[in-house]
Design a protein around this ligand. Structure first.
Ligand code: ADP
Ligand code: MG
Length: 728
């Protein structure tokens, strides 16, 4: 393991390009050099072999006498120094930059592989690549080194130098690792000539096989189309797995013997070299990240940016803005701002910083989902919701008579116990018995209901104080007043039963007409006035709704324009700030364009406020109108029920007993009477209802329960009326 501090500029560069295996030849000096057979090219990059005809016998190729090998360099009579310079120096230097490197010596035994790789120990000058590589690392401040050395001419020997390099600045979280493999291969000599026997032969066979596997692996690595590399074939290739070809720098140094007798081995070695030379590799840096150091660097940068922000804020004259994550109180404050904004009590939410903006959006979402839930809950509490697409459910509801003539759901009172007589017959107990008994019950409840839900002394719905004038045609200009007057007349004037209109009516049919048909008649006859008011109110409501929608659209348009203007203004502002025109004698200097934008924005804001106020007024009116329309609808249906019963069901004798002059009349009982009934009268009334009206015991219990509820209700209303009167 060796470490060094790296200050190399190429630290982050990547080779990225494909590189060939560098192939060198080193010729061992000998007194008996075969000058006629071995010739070097002038560039020292080629070597030519010529075999004299008489020596041809027994050679690999009998016909061929000349060979020429192109290499990256031929080293003859080269010093260890030069060999290191030529073969190893770059590989070692690049290893210190993060690229793996492998230098292999190949050749027959005695050709000088070990001499090249290790050198002689006794002579410093003759030291080989390994000690020089370590030395090269040393000058680059290698902290520790460790190599293994077990050499024998009959085995392969691999020295591995592990490199880990950190930047000299120490703040850099990136560091590189690499390794250098220095391989002193076993002798490559061919078996037939070495004359080996027994164990030695076996070893030689193994060695030759492993060299052949090495060649296969290297060739496979150079072939970009191959995805399987046979590394596992032998120990040698397995050990060199991540250092051969692929992403590392590779050098093959072929050691040859320059004597004529060794020419066959020389030729074989040179052929291997030229095959290796064709192999390409793609060296790459082995980069690693030091997580701890990275966190430290990020923390440092964060602190710096916070400081930067603080300076920026003070320059921009912003009072201390907190950029830390928000606490619960701050979030609650934003939530309240959002609510006030939605209610309209807050015009704008000031932008402070990004975190705050994000929280504002977040709170919008929170409020929205809460409101959705609330609305649904309210609806569910008030109505039975039916899926609009569920036709079966809708038709069932219509069949049950729960859908009124306007297509509105009826029968569900507005949360006040029993409503204004709109409960359909079918929804009541004993609905199958469409008999007189059934009707009587309905009649009595209708009568009581009127008392129950009407304003007591006009106090709970003080229509006259409302500023909304809905029907200019009415005397006092107030529909509610008309409804009230209408109610009063019907309670003080003689019964419609006695009226000429009633007398002129054709004789009662034996079977009553269907309700929808009868309803049409009713609207043209006795219900015409209520129906007219109902329709009028509805049209006013619709008109207000239309106006509200238009106002909303206008508000949205204004808002859009305001946003655009703000954006333009901000742009102008930033432009001005960039140009450095800050102020002059304490006065801000702005150009005309910006000034006009400011004026425009001011004007838009004014418009916005006006329209917004209009919208709020309209919404209040709509709510009020809606209430009136609902009341009219109830009233219309209730009056219809009374009329329907009077016209088709009430037996003569009961009608007589309920004649005017007594405190009871069918259809409507004046409120004043109900609440002012003395104990005795009240009893009489109840008794009358019990003896005269219902005949079936099942309906009595229903009726009794109803009366109880209504009595309670009346009591509460009266009390409230008193309290209100008291306050005034
Ligand atoms: P190998 O490892 O290939 O079997 P060696 O490196 O052991 O061969 O070399 C055999 C002998 O030749 C050794 O005594 C070595 O010192 C010597 N020798 C090899 N090459 C050279 C050279 N270039 N210069 C001087 N002596 C050499
Ligand atoms: Mg050796």
């Amino acid at each position: 393991m060796m470490r060094r501090k790296n200050d190399n500029k190429r630290y982050f560069t990547r080779m990225g390009t494909r590189k060939k295996v560098h192939a060198f030849v080193r010729v061992k000096p000998t007194d008996d050099f075969a000058h006629e057979m071995i010739k070097y090219g002038d560039d020292n990059k080629s070597i030519d072999i010529h075999i004299k005809k008489d020596l041809q016998k027994g050679f690999v190729n009998n016909k061929q006498t000349d060979w020429s090998f192109k290499l990256d360099g031929v080293l003859h009579n080269a010093s260890q120094d030069l060999v290191y310079e030529t073969v190893a120096k770059d590989v070692v230097a690049q290893a210190l930059d993060g690229y793996n490197g492998t230098i292999m010596c190949y050749g027959q035994t005695g050709a000088g592989k070990t001499y090249t790789m290790t050198g002689t120990t006794e002579n410093y000058k003759h030291r080989g690549i390994l000690p020089r590589a370590l030395q090269q690392g040393e000058t680059n401040r290698i902290i520790a080194s460790h190599t293994m050395n077990k050499n024998s001419s009959r085995s392969h020997c691999i020295f591995t130098i592990y490199v880990e390099a950190h930047s000299r600045t120490l703040s850099d979280e990136k560091y590189i690792t690499s390794k250098i493999n220095l391989v002193d291969l076993a002798g490559s000599e061919r078996l037939k000539k070495s004359g080996s026997e027994g164990r030695v032969l076996k070893e030689a066979t193994y060695i030759n096989k492993s060299l052949s596997f090495l060649e296969q692996a290297i060739i496979a690595l150079g072939d970009q189309k191959r995805d399987h590399i046979p590394f596992r074939q032998c120990k040698l290739t397995h050990a060199l797995k991540d250092s051969l070809g692929g992403n590392c720098n590779m050098v093959l140094l072929t050691n040859i013997y320059g004597e004529a007798s060794q020419l066959e081995e020389t030729l074989s070695s040179l052929r291997f070299a030229s095959r290796m030379k064709l192999v390409t590799t793609e060296p790459a840096i082995n980069e690693k990240y030091d997580a701890e150091r990275m966190v430290k660097n990020l923390e440092k940068e964060l602190a710096l940016l916070k400081q930067e922000l603080a300076i920026h804020d003070s320059l921009a004259n912003r009072t201390l803005v907190n950029y830390d994550p928000m606490d619960e109180i701050q979030i609650a404050e934003i939530n309240s701002q959002v609510r006030r904004y939605l209610e309209g009590t807050l015009d704008e939410i000031d932008i402070i910083n990004l975190r705050q903006i994000q929280e504002v959006f977040n709170q919008f979402r929170v409020v929205l989902s809460q409101q959705e839930q609330e609305v649904e809950l309210t609806l569910r509490r008030k109505y039975t919701l039916i899926d609009k697409n569920d036709f079966a459910a809708i038709s069932a509801v219509q069949k049950a008579g729960l859908m009124d003539v306007d297509g509105h759901l009826v029968g569900e009172p507005d949360g006040q116990g029993f409503g204004l007589g709109v409960t359909p017959f079918s929804a009541k107990p004993g609905k199958k018995a469409k008999s007189k008994k059934m009707f009587k019950e309905q009649l009595s409840t209708s009568a009581r209901k009127e008392g129950a839900s009407s304003p007591v002394g006009g106090k709970d719905l003080d229509f006259s104080t409302s500023k909304t004038q809905l029907t200019p045609s009415s005397k006092e200009g107030d529909v509610k007043d008309m409804l009230m007057r209408d109610r009063e007349t019907s309670s003080t004037e003689p019964l419609p039963l006695d009226s000429p209109k009633e007398e002129l009516r054709p004789p009662r049919p034996s079977t009553p007409p269907p309700k929808p048909v009868a309803f049409e008649d009713f609207k043209n006859e006795r219900g015409s006035e209520i129906n007219r008011i109902f329709k009028e109110n509805k049209s006013i409501l619709n008109e207000r709704r239309k106006r509200a929608s238009e106002t909303t659209q206008r508000i949205n348009a204004i808002k859009r324009e305001m946003d655009m203007t703000k954006e333009a203004l901000n742009f102008q502002k930033s432009l001005r700030e960039k140009q450095g025109e800050y102020e002059n004698k304490g006065l801000m200097i702005i150009d005309e364009e910006e000034f006009l934008l400011i004026l425009k924005l001011k004007d838009l804001k004014k418009q916005y406020r006006t329209e917004y106020q209009d919208l709020r007024d309209l919404k209040a009116e709509i709510q009020y109108c809606q209430h009136l329309v609902d009341q009219c609808r109830h009233r219309l249906l209730m009056e219809f029920d009374i009329w329907y019963n009077e016209s088709f069901f009430i037996p003569e004798d009961i009608q007589v007993s309920l004649k005017p002059g007594s405190s009871i009349r069918p259809g409507m009982v004046p409120i004043s009477r109900i609440v002012s009934l003395g104990e005795d009268d009240q009893d009489k009334f109840s008794q009358l209802q019990q003896t005269e009206l219902p005949e079936g015991p099942d309906s009595i219990s229903f009726y009794n329960a109803k009366v109880k509820t209504e009595q309670k209700h009346n009591y509460l209303k009266t009390m409230m009326g008193f309290q209100q009167a008291h306050r005034k």
